[in-house]
Design a protein around this ligand. Structure first.
Ligand code: SAM
Length: 239
């Protein structure tokens, strides 16, 4: 239940400074990992895109607390070991502006199916991740799926035109469900992996495939994975 959760009334009510103090409120999250679980994707992406703020949303209390502690520990150890950007041996002047050390990653405990627009303003995200979402196998539970016709309108709202929805699952039936719904929605179009790699998003695709805890579990079991990506387009497609 969501009753004991405090939700911000709107994205303007979120104090991003407490999430990303090193950025001093100068930026807002651009990547959102919905149902981030133990945080593997965000932890993998954070050092690759040090200037991009990332937020995980996770509904389970213990799991979101675990991720919060994990990020705090990573921040503490990386700042203790090396203040990399302020090091005099660092020859790249541009990097002095970038905090690094996992300062760009954070998490909220939230029911993303109900409260996504409370955190993200219109067109603010460039990437939205749905990685190994819970499958909700039974037909009467399909409305509990995180990709559904009603929720797609919200995802299109928070994503900027050109932004990408990344989905991956080991459940073939769910892969087909997500693909069918996203392809049918007028503000999304399917985009293949080669195109995204050509645009420089290969590191993101690799992290989506390899870096989450659920993905690693599937790998150990030698299970199959279905990856599908969709672009948020500017104007609705003709039906
Ligand atoms: N994405 C992670 C990964 O690949 O390792 C976790 C996958 S796990 C199978 C699905 C996660 O989604 C669980 O941690 C679950 O608690 C979370 N979840 C399910 N419904 C959610 C919701 N409405 N809002 C936020 N998180 C949710």
């Amino acid at each position: 239940s969501d009753h004991n959760l405090d939700y911000p009334v709107s994205p303007d009510d979120v104090d991003w400074n407490t999430h990303y103090p090193a950025f001093a409120g100068s930026r807002k999250p651009e990547f959102a990992d919905v149902g981030c679980g133990f945080g593997g994707l965000l932890i993998a992406l954070a050092p690759l895109y040090p200037n991009t703020l990332m937020l995980g949303l996770e509904i389970r209390v213990q799991v979101s607390q675990y991720v919060e502690d994990r990020i705090a520990a990573l921040r503490a150890t990386s700042s203790a070991q090396s203040p990399p950007q302020s090091s005099p041996t660092n020859s790249k002047p541009a990097s002095t502006d970038i905090p690094g050390g996992y300062q760009n990653v954070s998490i909220v405990r939230a029911n993303a199916m109900k409260f996504l627009p409370n955190y993200f303003s219109k067109h603010s995200l460039s990437a939205l991740f749905f990685l190994f979402p819970d499958p909700h196998f039974k037909l009467r539970k399909h409305k509990a799926r995180i990709i559904s016709p009603t929720l797609l309108a919200e995802y299109a709202y928070v994503l900027r035109p050109g932004g990408i929805v990344y989905t991956i699952t080991d459940v073939e039936d769910l892969a087909e469900w997500m693909k069918a719904h996203l392809s049918a929605f007028p503000l999304f179009e399917s985009v293949d992996v080669e195109t995204l790699r050509a645009e420089g998003k290969g590191l993101i695709l690799d992290a989506v495939w390899n870096s989450t805890e659920e993905g690693k579990k599937v790998e150990r079991k030698k299970g199959e994975k279905w990856l599908a990506c969709f672009r948020r387009i500017e104007l609705p497609r003709e039906p």
